[in-house]
Design a protein around this ligand. Structure first.
Ligand code: ZN
Length: 159
């Protein structure tokens, strides 16, 4: 992809919005295989894509994903997995009668609610995908860059 091609309206990445959607579909397939290194980072990938593509996002889940990404960058992968598994158990069995929410990942700054979301990010899903197939080598490092770029762009929209 060169700088002359179509760009995604949401994240500013190369190839256009349909290319981002196709890459995300590819990534979800890898996630649902539950294999390393993709599966354990599924929640982080969904959160990053959500924030970078607000026009496709599920409304109301912003504060949850915001808290989750901050928790991941601060605490790391394994604590994140422990919390998401616990939250999922609540959700599956409904023993606690509640869904996972922002409170599961304490310590994040307040969620910004900008009038207009960011349209440019230092790292997009195209960077994480490299050639389009999300190679395992360096995948977690690229996801971390994706998360960092996502939060810093959103934080910059704040008052
Ligand atoms: Zn995009």
């Amino acid at each position: 992809m060169t700088g002359d091609g179509p760009r995604c309206d949401d994240c500013g990445g190369p190839g256009g919005a349909e290319w981002c959607a196709a890459l995300f579909g590819e990534l979800l397939t890898l996630d649902y295989s539950r294999r390393e290194p993709w599966g354990p980072l599924h929640a982080v990938s969904v959160a990053c894509y959500h924030f970078q593509h607000p026009s496709r996002a599920v409304s109301g889940s912003g504060p949850f994903y915001w808290s989750l990404l901050h928790f991941y960058l601060r605490e790391g992968r394994d604590p994140l997995i422990a919390v998401t598994q616990r939250a999922r158990r609540y959700n599956t069995h409904r023993t606690g009668g509640r869904k996972p929410g922002p409170d599961d990942f304490p310590g994040a700054p307040p969620f910004p609610s900008p009038a207009a979301p960011p349209a440019v990010y230092d790292t997009t899903i195209a960077d994480v995908a490299v050639g389009g197939d999300f190679p395992a080598e360096g995948f977690e490092d690229r996801v971390r860059s994706w998360a960092t770029a996502t939060l810093s762009a959103w934080a910059a929209t704040g008052p």
